[in-house]
Design a protein around this ligand. Structure first.
Ligand code: NAD
Length: 261
């Protein structure tokens, strides 16, 4: 580690588990102080305790404006300033096909995955000084059209459009807004799926991604090395959004080779 974030203070929402937890750990390893913001008291407090004085837990519901505002106030009270806001908290929702989806999860998914990002961006921008960095989490599901996850895809596509608008609006304050798009990472959000099997089918780079891969991308966008970077969407997906891996010849060739040749 090389102290890429020395002296910086960051809030990471959804840092009680998965990608947010890894981001908090890597940020601290890079010299930052972090506020762990999560609805899950137990998990959030545990992550903060393991990181010692460099971390502080604040129970937060990202879709509640008062809760997000209190989070930012608590960060200023505890660490004195805010340099980076990582709006990472998210939930998944139904993966049923469109015609079978009752959309019962729509309000909750849109509130956590999209409104939560908007509220976090607003509240952070109100207190940040020039040079501040806001990092919003979308998904490859918000970039590439696909089947199922209707509410989730809509929310995550919204995160991208909102963030690019915010990048323009907040540039006059000297703030940067960028987006990270994770590919398939084995965390509790997609526990019902065999991530390795999905990766084998749709990801050109067959290496299995980890929460730390996302954390490393966030370090770059939070750091002054990205001072000229705003309004971008960075997929961390082993090439999934670039295109599918080569098809197996035996599945696409019209002429089959005679047996034994
Ligand atoms: N894991 C993947 O494959 C993948 C792929 C694409 C995008 N993402 C996105 O990455 C982000 C992190 O996901 P993850 O894989 O680490 O999932 P995770 O379930 O491991 O972690 C999500 C965290 O968000 C917290 N959270 C949920 N609702 C909240 C709320 N209202 N307020 C505050 N905290 C709340 C949860 O308690 C949890 O700690 C999410 O936005 C997710 O959509 C993940």
């Amino acid at each position: 580690m090389s102290d890429e974030l020395a002296g910086k203070v960051a809030i990471i929402t959804g840092a009680g588990n998965g990608i947010g937890q890894a981001t908090a750990e890597v940020f601290v390893a890079e010299g930052a102080k972090v506020v762990i913001a999560d609805l899950d008291d137990e998990a959030g407090a545990k992550v903060a305790a393991a990181l010692g004085e460099a971390a502080h837990f604040v129970r937060t519901d990202v879709c509640d404006a008062d809760s997000v505002s209190a989070l930012v106030d608590a960060t200023i009270a505890h660490f004195g300033k805010l340099d980076c806001m990582v709006n990472n908290a998210g939930i998944s929702g139904s993966y049923r096909r469109l015609m079978k989806d009752d959309l019962r999860d729509f309000d909750r998914v849109i509130k956590v995955d999209l409104l939560g990002v908007i509220l976090g961006t607003q509240a952070a921008a109100r207190v940040m000084s020039p040079g501040g960095s806001i990092i919003n989490t979308t998904s490859i599901a918000g970039i590439s059209p696909g089947v199922g996850f209707t509410s989730y895809r809509a929310a995550k596509a919204g995160v991208i459009h909102f963030s690019r608008c915010a990048a323009i609006e907040l540039a006059e304050l000297g703030l940067r807004v960028n987006v990270i798009a994770p590919g398939n990472i084995a965390t509790q959000i997609n526990a019902q799926f065999d991530t390795a099997s999905v990766v084998a089918q749709i990801q050109p780079l067959q290496r299995l991604g980890s929460p730390q891969d996302l954390a490393n991308a966030a370090v770059y966008l939070a750091s002054d090395r990205a001072a000229q970077v705003t309004g971008v969407v960075l997929p961390v997906d082993g090439g999934t959004t670039a295109g599918h891996p080569p098809l197996k010849p035996e599945t696409v060739m019209r002429e089959k080779k005679p047996a034994g040749s």
